[in-house]
Design a protein around this ligand. Structure first.
Ligand code: C2O
Length: 537
Protein backbone atom coordinates (compact mmCIF):
# COMPACT_ATOMS: atom_id res chain seq x y z
CA UNK A 1 0.00 0.00 0.00
CA UNK A 2 0.86 3.66 -0.29
CA UNK A 3 1.36 6.27 2.40
CA UNK A 4 -1.58 8.69 2.66
CA UNK A 5 -0.65 11.64 4.82
CA UNK A 6 -3.09 14.40 5.77
CA UNK A 7 -3.28 17.39 8.07
CA UNK A 8 -6.51 17.84 9.99
CA UNK A 9 -6.71 21.27 11.56
CA UNK A 10 -9.60 21.41 13.98
CA UNK A 11 -11.04 24.82 14.75
CA UNK A 12 -14.22 26.82 15.06
CA UNK A 13 -16.02 28.19 12.05
CA UNK A 14 -19.06 30.43 11.69
CA UNK A 15 -21.84 28.64 9.82
CA UNK A 16 -25.46 29.62 9.15
CA UNK A 17 -28.33 27.14 8.91
CA UNK A 18 -32.08 27.65 9.42
CA UNK A 19 -31.40 31.44 9.56
CA UNK A 20 -29.24 30.97 12.64
CA UNK A 21 -25.55 31.68 12.85
CA UNK A 22 -23.53 29.30 15.01
CA UNK A 23 -19.84 28.74 15.67
CA UNK A 24 -19.22 25.07 15.06
CA UNK A 25 -16.13 22.91 15.31
CA UNK A 26 -14.86 21.72 11.93
CA UNK A 27 -11.89 19.98 10.34
CA UNK A 28 -10.02 22.17 7.82
CA UNK A 29 -12.96 24.59 7.88
CA UNK A 30 -15.30 22.10 6.19
CA UNK A 31 -18.75 20.86 7.23
CA UNK A 32 -19.13 17.95 6.68
CA UNK A 33 -15.40 17.35 6.99
CA UNK A 34 -12.97 16.35 4.23
CA UNK A 35 -13.31 12.99 2.51
CA UNK A 36 -10.36 10.77 3.21
CA UNK A 37 -9.85 8.72 0.01
CA UNK A 38 -7.56 5.72 0.33
CA UNK A 39 -7.00 2.25 -1.08
CA UNK A 40 -7.04 -1.02 0.78
CA UNK A 41 -3.57 -1.66 2.15
CA UNK A 42 -2.67 2.02 2.51
CA UNK A 43 -0.94 3.40 5.57
CA UNK A 44 -2.98 6.39 6.75
CA UNK A 45 -1.24 9.09 8.76
CA UNK A 46 -3.36 12.00 9.97
CA UNK A 47 -1.70 14.85 11.86
CA UNK A 48 -4.35 16.47 14.05
CA UNK A 49 -3.86 20.01 15.30
CA UNK A 50 -6.52 20.95 17.85
CA UNK A 51 -7.14 24.68 17.55
CA UNK A 52 -10.65 24.37 19.02
CA UNK A 53 -11.42 25.39 22.61
CA UNK A 54 -12.48 21.80 23.43
CA UNK A 55 -10.76 18.57 24.32
CA UNK A 56 -10.78 16.38 21.24
CA UNK A 57 -10.18 12.86 19.94
CA UNK A 58 -10.86 11.40 16.48
CA UNK A 59 -12.12 7.88 15.78
CA UNK A 60 -11.85 6.01 12.46
CA UNK A 61 -15.21 4.31 12.64
CA UNK A 62 -15.09 0.70 11.45
CA UNK A 63 -11.36 0.60 10.75
CA UNK A 64 -10.15 -2.70 12.18
CA UNK A 65 -7.00 -1.13 13.69
CA UNK A 66 -5.18 -4.46 13.68
CA UNK A 67 -2.30 -4.08 16.17
CA UNK A 68 -2.95 -0.32 16.23
CA UNK A 69 -5.49 0.15 19.02
CA UNK A 70 -3.64 3.32 20.07
CA UNK A 71 -5.02 5.00 16.93
CA UNK A 72 -8.65 4.03 17.58
CA UNK A 73 -9.55 7.25 19.35
CA UNK A 74 -12.45 6.98 21.85
CA UNK A 75 -11.67 9.34 24.72
CA UNK A 76 -10.51 7.63 27.92
CA UNK A 77 -10.56 4.22 26.22
CA UNK A 78 -7.60 4.22 23.81
CA UNK A 79 -6.26 7.68 24.60
CA UNK A 80 -6.58 10.81 26.68
CA UNK A 81 -7.94 13.84 24.80
CA UNK A 82 -5.88 16.19 22.64
CA UNK A 83 -6.18 19.35 24.71
CA UNK A 84 -6.66 22.76 23.03
CA UNK A 85 -3.53 23.90 21.21
CA UNK A 86 -2.04 20.41 21.06
CA UNK A 87 -1.45 17.74 18.42
CA UNK A 88 -1.55 14.00 17.93
CA UNK A 89 -0.81 11.85 14.88
CA UNK A 90 -3.09 8.93 14.10
CA UNK A 91 -1.23 6.20 12.22
CA UNK A 92 -2.93 3.04 10.99
CA UNK A 93 -3.19 0.71 8.01
CA UNK A 94 -6.35 -0.30 6.18
CA UNK A 95 -6.20 -4.10 6.05
CA UNK A 96 -8.72 -6.19 4.15
CA UNK A 97 -11.51 -3.62 4.15
CA UNK A 98 -13.07 -2.05 1.03
CA UNK A 99 -16.05 0.25 0.71
CA UNK A 100 -17.03 3.21 2.85
CA UNK A 101 -16.27 3.91 6.49
CA UNK A 102 -16.03 7.27 8.20
CA UNK A 103 -14.22 9.26 10.84
CA UNK A 104 -15.64 11.37 13.65
CA UNK A 105 -14.81 13.08 16.92
CA UNK A 106 -15.22 10.67 19.84
CA UNK A 107 -15.71 12.87 22.89
CA UNK A 108 -18.75 14.71 24.28
CA UNK A 109 -21.00 15.91 21.40
CA UNK A 110 -18.35 17.12 18.97
CA UNK A 111 -19.09 14.50 16.36
CA UNK A 112 -22.26 16.44 15.49
CA UNK A 113 -20.07 18.60 13.24
CA UNK A 114 -16.67 16.86 13.26
CA UNK A 115 -17.14 13.97 10.84
CA UNK A 116 -16.42 12.89 7.28
CA UNK A 117 -16.32 9.91 4.93
CA UNK A 118 -13.45 7.45 4.61
CA UNK A 119 -13.64 6.07 1.06
CA UNK A 120 -11.67 2.85 0.56
CA UNK A 121 -11.09 1.60 -3.00
CA UNK A 122 -9.58 -1.76 -3.91
CA UNK A 123 -5.79 -1.57 -4.14
CA UNK A 124 -4.20 -1.14 -7.57
CA UNK A 125 -4.73 -4.25 -9.68
CA UNK A 126 -7.80 -5.38 -7.72
CA UNK A 127 -11.34 -4.76 -8.95
CA UNK A 128 -14.65 -4.21 -7.21
CA UNK A 129 -16.87 -7.32 -7.16
CA UNK A 130 -19.30 -5.39 -9.38
CA UNK A 131 -18.98 -3.35 -12.59
CA UNK A 132 -16.76 -0.34 -11.99
CA UNK A 133 -18.99 2.70 -11.44
CA UNK A 134 -18.62 5.82 -13.61
CA UNK A 135 -18.28 8.10 -10.59
CA UNK A 136 -18.64 8.24 -6.82
CA UNK A 137 -21.06 10.40 -4.83
CA UNK A 138 -20.61 10.83 -1.07
CA UNK A 139 -23.85 11.22 0.88
CA UNK A 140 -23.50 12.23 4.53
CA UNK A 141 -26.68 12.17 6.62
CA UNK A 142 -26.44 14.28 9.73
CA UNK A 143 -28.23 16.58 12.17
CA UNK A 144 -28.06 20.29 12.91
CA UNK A 145 -28.54 22.05 16.22
CA UNK A 146 -29.22 25.78 16.40
CA UNK A 147 -27.60 25.66 19.84
CA UNK A 148 -23.96 25.00 20.60
CA UNK A 149 -23.80 21.18 20.78
CA UNK A 150 -21.34 21.21 23.67
CA UNK A 151 -23.94 23.18 25.68
CA UNK A 152 -26.65 20.71 24.66
CA UNK A 153 -24.84 17.72 26.17
CA UNK A 154 -23.43 19.63 29.14
CA UNK A 155 -26.96 20.81 30.10
CA UNK A 156 -28.31 17.27 29.92
CA UNK A 157 -25.53 15.89 32.09
CA UNK A 158 -25.83 18.72 34.62
CA UNK A 159 -29.59 18.39 35.04
CA UNK A 160 -29.85 14.60 34.69
CA UNK A 161 -32.22 14.96 31.75
CA UNK A 162 -31.84 13.93 28.13
CA UNK A 163 -30.24 16.22 25.51
CA UNK A 164 -32.49 18.42 23.37
CA UNK A 165 -33.31 17.14 19.91
CA UNK A 166 -31.63 18.67 16.89
CA UNK A 167 -33.36 21.32 14.76
CA UNK A 168 -32.86 19.76 11.34
CA UNK A 169 -31.55 16.75 9.50
CA UNK A 170 -29.05 17.33 6.73
CA UNK A 171 -27.65 15.77 3.57
CA UNK A 172 -24.07 16.83 2.95
CA UNK A 173 -24.50 19.58 5.52
CA UNK A 174 -27.75 21.07 4.13
CA UNK A 175 -31.28 20.54 5.46
CA UNK A 176 -32.94 20.86 2.05
CA UNK A 177 -36.11 22.39 0.67
CA UNK A 178 -38.48 21.52 3.53
CA UNK A 179 -36.65 23.36 6.27
CA UNK A 180 -36.80 27.13 6.81
CA UNK A 181 -34.19 29.38 5.13
CA UNK A 182 -32.59 26.39 3.42
CA UNK A 183 -33.87 26.23 -0.17
CA UNK A 184 -31.07 28.25 -1.77
CA UNK A 185 -28.43 25.93 -0.42
CA UNK A 186 -30.04 22.53 -0.96
CA UNK A 187 -27.43 19.96 -2.02
CA UNK A 188 -27.60 19.40 -5.81
CA UNK A 189 -25.96 16.43 -7.47
CA UNK A 190 -25.52 16.44 -11.26
CA UNK A 191 -25.86 13.09 -13.01
CA UNK A 192 -25.89 11.87 -16.61
CA UNK A 193 -28.52 9.54 -18.04
CA UNK A 194 -27.31 5.95 -18.37
CA UNK A 195 -24.33 6.26 -16.07
CA UNK A 196 -23.85 4.27 -12.88
CA UNK A 197 -22.80 5.96 -9.65
CA UNK A 198 -21.42 4.55 -6.44
CA UNK A 199 -23.18 6.30 -3.57
CA UNK A 200 -21.02 6.26 -0.46
CA UNK A 201 -23.61 6.83 2.25
CA UNK A 202 -22.74 7.58 5.88
CA UNK A 203 -25.32 7.97 8.62
CA UNK A 204 -23.52 10.47 10.84
CA UNK A 205 -26.73 11.50 12.61
CA UNK A 206 -26.30 11.72 16.37
CA UNK A 207 -29.50 10.03 17.49
CA UNK A 208 -31.61 8.90 14.56
CA UNK A 209 -31.82 5.96 12.20
CA UNK A 210 -32.99 6.96 8.73
CA UNK A 211 -35.01 5.63 5.85
CA UNK A 212 -33.42 6.77 2.58
CA UNK A 213 -35.04 6.78 -0.85
CA UNK A 214 -34.63 8.33 -4.28
CA UNK A 215 -37.70 9.21 -6.31
CA UNK A 216 -38.21 6.84 -9.28
CA UNK A 217 -34.84 5.11 -8.91
CA UNK A 218 -33.94 1.75 -7.45
CA UNK A 219 -30.65 1.16 -5.70
CA UNK A 220 -28.36 -1.87 -5.42
CA UNK A 221 -26.61 -2.32 -2.08
CA UNK A 222 -23.10 -3.73 -2.60
CA UNK A 223 -21.46 -3.15 0.79
CA UNK A 224 -22.38 -2.22 4.34
CA UNK A 225 -19.76 -1.08 6.87
CA UNK A 226 -17.05 -1.76 4.25
CA UNK A 227 -18.03 -5.42 3.99
CA UNK A 228 -19.29 -6.58 0.59
CA UNK A 229 -22.86 -7.83 0.42
CA UNK A 230 -24.51 -10.03 -2.15
CA UNK A 231 -26.02 -7.44 -4.49
CA UNK A 232 -29.36 -6.40 -3.04
CA UNK A 233 -31.80 -4.36 -5.08
CA UNK A 234 -34.19 -2.17 -3.15
CA UNK A 235 -36.11 1.09 -3.34
CA UNK A 236 -35.47 1.99 0.32
CA UNK A 237 -32.45 1.87 2.64
CA UNK A 238 -32.55 1.74 6.42
CA UNK A 239 -29.38 3.17 7.92
CA UNK A 240 -28.54 3.19 11.60
CA UNK A 241 -26.27 5.90 13.00
CA UNK A 242 -22.78 4.49 12.51
CA UNK A 243 -23.64 2.39 9.47
CA UNK A 244 -22.16 3.15 6.08
CA UNK A 245 -23.48 1.82 2.77
CA UNK A 246 -22.08 1.47 -0.73
CA UNK A 247 -24.96 1.59 -3.15
CA UNK A 248 -25.04 1.52 -6.96
CA UNK A 249 -27.41 4.00 -8.57
CA UNK A 250 -28.05 3.84 -12.29
CA UNK A 251 -29.36 7.06 -13.81
CA UNK A 252 -32.26 5.21 -15.38
CA UNK A 253 -34.40 8.24 -16.28
CA UNK A 254 -33.80 10.49 -19.30
CA UNK A 255 -33.97 13.87 -17.65
CA UNK A 256 -35.50 15.85 -14.83
CA UNK A 257 -35.04 16.55 -11.15
CA UNK A 258 -35.52 13.95 -8.43
CA UNK A 259 -35.31 14.29 -4.69
CA UNK A 260 -33.30 11.91 -2.62
CA UNK A 261 -34.74 12.05 0.85
CA UNK A 262 -34.08 10.76 4.35
CA UNK A 263 -36.55 10.60 7.17
CA UNK A 264 -36.30 9.14 10.65
CA UNK A 265 -36.98 5.56 11.49
CA UNK A 266 -38.14 5.66 15.06
CA UNK A 267 -40.09 2.99 16.84
CA UNK A 268 -42.17 5.37 18.91
CA UNK A 269 -43.00 9.04 18.37
CA UNK A 270 -40.57 11.29 20.20
CA UNK A 271 -41.84 14.83 20.59
CA UNK A 272 -43.32 14.26 17.16
CA UNK A 273 -40.94 16.90 15.90
CA UNK A 274 -39.33 15.24 12.91
CA UNK A 275 -41.66 12.47 12.19
CA UNK A 276 -42.83 13.80 8.86
CA UNK A 277 -40.07 16.16 7.76
CA UNK A 278 -37.81 14.87 5.03
CA UNK A 279 -34.29 16.14 4.53
CA UNK A 280 -33.60 16.29 0.81
CA UNK A 281 -30.97 16.72 -1.86
CA UNK A 282 -31.71 17.05 -5.57
CA UNK A 283 -30.49 14.70 -8.28
CA UNK A 284 -30.36 16.80 -11.40
CA UNK A 285 -29.99 15.15 -14.83
CA UNK A 286 -27.54 16.71 -17.22
CA UNK A 287 -29.39 19.17 -19.46
CA UNK A 288 -32.34 19.71 -17.10
CA UNK A 289 -32.33 23.21 -15.70
CA UNK A 290 -32.60 23.79 -11.98
CA UNK A 291 -35.85 25.66 -12.42
CA UNK A 292 -37.42 23.47 -15.12
CA UNK A 293 -39.88 21.80 -12.76
CA UNK A 294 -40.21 20.93 -9.13
CA UNK A 295 -38.36 17.76 -8.21
CA UNK A 296 -40.32 14.55 -7.71
CA UNK A 297 -40.51 13.37 -4.09
CA UNK A 298 -39.86 9.79 -3.00
CA UNK A 299 -42.55 8.13 -0.95
CA UNK A 300 -40.78 7.34 2.34
CA UNK A 301 -42.11 4.80 4.86
CA UNK A 302 -43.81 6.10 7.99
CA UNK A 303 -41.44 6.82 10.89
CA UNK A 304 -42.46 3.71 12.84
CA UNK A 305 -42.32 1.19 9.99
CA UNK A 306 -40.45 -1.49 11.94
CA UNK A 307 -41.38 -4.29 9.48
CA UNK A 308 -39.60 -2.45 6.63
CA UNK A 309 -36.57 -1.77 8.82
CA UNK A 310 -36.43 -5.39 10.00
CA UNK A 311 -36.83 -6.79 6.49
CA UNK A 312 -34.05 -4.64 5.11
CA UNK A 313 -31.57 -5.54 7.83
CA UNK A 314 -32.34 -9.26 7.77
CA UNK A 315 -32.23 -9.50 3.94
CA UNK A 316 -28.57 -8.45 3.71
CA UNK A 317 -26.04 -11.25 3.11
CA UNK A 318 -22.24 -11.25 3.15
CA UNK A 319 -20.62 -11.83 -0.22
CA UNK A 320 -17.59 -13.64 1.23
CA UNK A 321 -18.67 -15.04 4.60
CA UNK A 322 -16.47 -16.92 7.05
CA UNK A 323 -18.61 -17.30 10.17
CA UNK A 324 -17.15 -18.75 13.40
CA UNK A 325 -18.86 -22.14 13.73
CA UNK A 326 -18.00 -22.68 17.38
CA UNK A 327 -18.20 -20.37 20.38
CA UNK A 328 -15.65 -20.05 23.22
CA UNK A 329 -17.20 -17.15 25.08
CA UNK A 330 -20.95 -16.57 25.33
CA UNK A 331 -22.54 -13.42 26.67
CA UNK A 332 -26.12 -12.23 27.06
CA UNK A 333 -26.33 -8.47 27.41
CA UNK A 334 -29.47 -6.52 28.19
CA UNK A 335 -29.46 -3.01 26.83
CA UNK A 336 -31.65 -0.09 27.71
CA UNK A 337 -32.20 2.78 30.05
CA UNK A 338 -32.45 2.85 33.79
CA UNK A 339 -33.01 5.42 36.51
CA UNK A 340 -30.48 6.35 39.14
CA UNK A 341 -31.80 8.21 42.16
CA UNK A 342 -30.55 11.70 42.88
CA UNK A 343 -30.23 13.45 46.27
CA UNK A 344 -33.61 15.02 47.19
CA UNK A 345 -35.01 13.82 43.85
CA UNK A 346 -33.35 16.85 42.30
CA UNK A 347 -32.64 15.56 38.79
CA UNK A 348 -34.60 16.26 35.62
CA UNK A 349 -35.55 12.63 34.89
CA UNK A 350 -38.69 10.71 35.94
CA UNK A 351 -39.58 11.40 39.63
CA UNK A 352 -36.49 13.55 40.09
CA UNK A 353 -34.12 10.77 39.11
CA UNK A 354 -31.45 10.66 36.45
CA UNK A 355 -31.81 8.62 33.24
CA UNK A 356 -28.74 6.54 32.39
CA UNK A 357 -27.91 4.07 29.67
CA UNK A 358 -26.93 0.59 30.79
CA UNK A 359 -25.64 -2.77 29.60
CA UNK A 360 -26.36 -5.69 31.93
CA UNK A 361 -27.51 -3.04 34.37
CA UNK A 362 -24.09 -1.41 34.54
CA UNK A 363 -23.92 2.22 33.52
CA UNK A 364 -20.47 3.04 32.21
CA UNK A 365 -18.43 5.81 33.83
CA UNK A 366 -15.45 7.39 32.04
CA UNK A 367 -12.23 6.78 33.94
CA UNK A 368 -9.68 9.58 34.56
CA UNK A 369 -7.04 8.02 32.35
CA UNK A 370 -7.42 5.89 29.25
CA UNK A 371 -8.20 2.23 29.89
CA UNK A 372 -5.68 1.07 27.29
CA UNK A 373 -2.91 3.14 28.91
CA UNK A 374 -3.79 1.77 32.35
CA UNK A 375 -3.91 -1.79 31.03
CA UNK A 376 -0.66 -1.50 29.09
CA UNK A 377 1.24 0.11 31.97
CA UNK A 378 -0.36 -1.99 34.71
CA UNK A 379 -1.91 0.99 36.53
CA UNK A 380 -4.44 -0.23 39.11
CA UNK A 381 -7.68 1.40 40.19
CA UNK A 382 -8.78 2.66 36.75
CA UNK A 383 -11.20 -0.15 35.86
CA UNK A 384 -12.35 -3.50 37.19
CA UNK A 385 -12.46 -6.75 35.20
CA UNK A 386 -15.91 -7.84 36.30
CA UNK A 387 -18.30 -6.84 33.54
CA UNK A 388 -20.92 -9.61 33.89
CA UNK A 389 -21.59 -12.21 31.18
CA UNK A 390 -25.30 -12.13 32.02
CA UNK A 391 -27.80 -9.67 33.49
CA UNK A 392 -28.18 -9.72 37.29
CA UNK A 393 -31.90 -10.60 37.21
CA UNK A 394 -33.98 -12.47 34.69
CA UNK A 395 -37.41 -11.07 33.88
CA UNK A 396 -39.71 -10.38 30.96
CA UNK A 397 -37.51 -7.77 29.27
CA UNK A 398 -40.04 -6.78 26.66
CA UNK A 399 -43.07 -6.67 28.92
CA UNK A 400 -44.17 -3.85 31.15
CA UNK A 401 -41.00 -3.72 33.17
CA UNK A 402 -41.22 -2.01 36.56
CA UNK A 403 -38.47 0.57 36.76
CA UNK A 404 -37.81 -0.48 40.36
CA UNK A 405 -36.40 -3.79 39.10
CA UNK A 406 -33.63 -2.04 37.41
CA UNK A 407 -31.57 0.62 39.15
CA UNK A 408 -28.26 0.46 37.27
CA UNK A 409 -24.94 0.42 39.08
CA UNK A 410 -22.33 2.91 38.00
CA UNK A 411 -18.88 1.59 37.15
CA UNK A 412 -15.97 1.18 34.75
CA UNK A 413 -16.07 -2.56 34.27
CA UNK A 414 -14.35 -4.35 31.41
CA UNK A 415 -14.66 -7.86 30.02
CA UNK A 416 -11.33 -9.54 29.27
CA UNK A 417 -11.24 -11.77 26.18
CA UNK A 418 -8.64 -14.42 25.41
CA UNK A 419 -6.77 -13.81 22.18
CA UNK A 420 -8.49 -15.45 19.21
CA UNK A 421 -11.49 -16.61 21.22
CA UNK A 422 -14.71 -16.88 19.30
CA UNK A 423 -17.32 -14.70 21.00
CA UNK A 424 -21.10 -14.80 20.76
CA UNK A 425 -23.18 -12.01 22.25
CA UNK A 426 -26.95 -11.81 22.32
CA UNK A 427 -28.17 -8.27 22.88
CA UNK A 428 -31.59 -8.12 24.45
CA UNK A 429 -33.43 -4.85 23.99
CA UNK A 430 -35.42 -3.93 27.10
CA UNK A 431 -38.44 -1.69 27.36
CA UNK A 432 -37.44 0.16 30.47
CA UNK A 433 -38.37 3.84 30.10
CA UNK A 434 -38.06 3.97 26.31
CA UNK A 435 -39.13 1.74 23.46
CA UNK A 436 -36.57 2.15 20.73
CA UNK A 437 -34.01 0.26 18.75
CA UNK A 438 -30.38 0.77 19.77
CA UNK A 439 -27.56 0.70 17.20
CA UNK A 440 -24.78 -1.22 18.97
CA UNK A 441 -21.29 -0.51 17.66
CA UNK A 442 -18.15 -2.52 18.45
CA UNK A 443 -14.75 -0.95 17.95
CA UNK A 444 -11.86 -2.82 16.34
CA UNK A 445 -13.91 -5.77 15.02
CA UNK A 446 -16.56 -6.59 12.51
CA UNK A 447 -19.13 -9.14 13.59
CA UNK A 448 -21.63 -11.41 11.90
CA UNK A 449 -25.25 -10.82 12.79
CA UNK A 450 -26.29 -14.46 13.07
CA UNK A 451 -29.83 -13.89 14.33
CA UNK A 452 -32.42 -11.22 15.10
CA UNK A 453 -35.94 -11.39 16.42
CA UNK A 454 -38.69 -9.85 18.51
CA UNK A 455 -39.66 -10.52 22.12
CA UNK A 456 -37.41 -12.21 24.66
CA UNK A 457 -34.50 -14.21 23.26
CA UNK A 458 -34.99 -17.92 23.86
CA UNK A 459 -31.66 -19.71 24.29
CA UNK A 460 -33.34 -23.10 23.74
CA UNK A 461 -35.11 -22.45 20.47
CA UNK A 462 -33.64 -19.36 18.78
CA UNK A 463 -30.12 -20.66 18.03
CA UNK A 464 -31.62 -23.33 15.76
CA UNK A 465 -32.55 -20.51 13.38
CA UNK A 466 -29.19 -18.77 13.37
CA UNK A 467 -27.67 -18.17 9.96
CA UNK A 468 -24.15 -19.55 10.24
CA UNK A 469 -23.68 -19.63 6.46
CA UNK A 470 -23.85 -16.14 5.00
CA UNK A 471 -25.11 -13.55 7.52
CA UNK A 472 -24.07 -9.94 6.96
CA UNK A 473 -20.96 -8.70 8.71
CA UNK A 474 -21.24 -5.23 10.25
CA UNK A 475 -19.63 -3.00 12.85
CA UNK A 476 -22.96 -1.52 14.02
CA UNK A 477 -26.21 -3.47 14.42
CA UNK A 478 -29.61 -1.97 15.10
CA UNK A 479 -31.01 -4.21 17.82
CA UNK A 480 -34.73 -4.30 17.06
CA UNK A 481 -37.05 -2.50 19.42
CA UNK A 482 -38.55 -4.99 21.87
CA UNK A 483 -36.33 -7.70 20.41
CA UNK A 484 -32.82 -9.07 20.25
CA UNK A 485 -29.82 -9.57 17.97
CA UNK A 486 -27.08 -12.21 18.15
CA UNK A 487 -23.55 -11.53 16.89
CA UNK A 488 -20.35 -13.54 16.52
CA UNK A 489 -16.78 -12.35 16.14
CA UNK A 490 -13.23 -13.53 16.60
CA UNK A 491 -11.35 -11.60 19.32
CA UNK A 492 -8.16 -11.48 17.27
CA UNK A 493 -7.18 -7.86 17.86
CA UNK A 494 -5.29 -7.03 21.08
CA UNK A 495 -6.34 -3.78 22.73
CA UNK A 496 -9.15 -2.04 24.60
CA UNK A 497 -12.30 -1.82 22.52
CA UNK A 498 -15.39 0.20 23.28
CA UNK A 499 -18.85 -1.22 22.63
CA UNK A 500 -21.68 1.29 22.77
CA UNK A 501 -25.00 2.54 21.53
CA UNK A 502 -24.28 4.79 18.55
CA UNK A 503 -26.99 7.22 19.63
CA UNK A 504 -24.60 9.77 21.10
CA UNK A 505 -27.04 10.87 23.78
CA UNK A 506 -27.21 7.28 24.99
CA UNK A 507 -23.46 6.72 24.88
CA UNK A 508 -22.90 9.98 26.80
CA UNK A 509 -25.28 8.70 29.50
CA UNK A 510 -23.39 5.44 30.11
CA UNK A 511 -24.66 3.10 27.38
CA UNK A 512 -21.15 1.66 26.89
CA UNK A 513 -18.78 -1.10 27.97
CA UNK A 514 -15.20 -2.07 27.12
CA UNK A 515 -13.57 -5.30 26.00
CA UNK A 516 -9.89 -5.91 26.59
CA UNK A 517 -8.44 -8.47 24.22
CA UNK A 518 -5.24 -9.99 25.54
CA UNK A 519 -2.08 -10.41 23.48
CA UNK A 520 -1.65 -13.61 21.51
CA UNK A 521 1.36 -15.89 21.66
CA UNK A 522 3.14 -14.80 18.46
CA UNK A 523 5.24 -11.65 18.16
CA UNK A 524 2.87 -10.34 15.54
CA UNK A 525 -0.13 -10.93 17.85
CA UNK A 526 0.83 -8.34 20.44
CA UNK A 527 -0.14 -4.72 20.85
CA UNK A 528 2.87 -2.49 20.09
CA UNK A 529 3.96 0.18 22.60
CA UNK A 530 2.09 3.52 22.57
CA UNK A 531 3.16 6.22 20.12
CA UNK A 532 5.49 8.76 21.73
CA UNK A 533 3.09 11.66 21.19
CA UNK A 534 0.08 9.89 22.77
CA UNK A 535 -1.73 12.55 24.85
CA UNK A 536 -1.51 12.08 28.63
CA UNK A 537 -4.28 12.97 31.07
CU1 C2O B 1 -18.65 5.73 15.48
CU2 C2O B 1 -17.48 4.59 19.17
O1 C2O B 1 -18.05 5.20 17.32
Amino acid sequence: GALVEQNFTVGTQSVTRLCNQQNIVTVNGQFPGPILSVSEGDNVVVHVQNNSPYNLTLHWHGVRQLRSCWADGPAYVSQCPITPGNTFTYNFTITGQEGTLWWHAHISYLRATVHGALAISPRAGNAYPFPTPDAEIPIILSEWWDANVEDVIADAIRTGGVPNDSDAFTINGQPGDFFPCSTNDTTRILIEAGKTYLLRIVNAAMIHAHFFKIAQHNMTVVAVDAVYTKQYETDVLVIQPGNTMDVLLTASQQSGLYYMGARVYFSQPQNGQFVNITTTAILQYNGSSSSSSSPILPDLPPFNDTPTAFKFSTDLRSLRPSVPQTVDQEMFITEGFGLVSCPNNSCAGINGSRAVGSLNNISYVDPDIAILQAYYSGIDGVFTRDFPDNPPVVFNYTGNVPVSLWEPELGTRVKVLKFNSSVQIVFQNTRIITIENHPIHLHGHDFYVVGQGFGNYNSQTDPANFNLVDPQMLNTVGVPTGGWAAIRFQANNPGAWLLHCHFDSHSALGFDMVFITEDGPGNSDTLPPPPLDLPQC
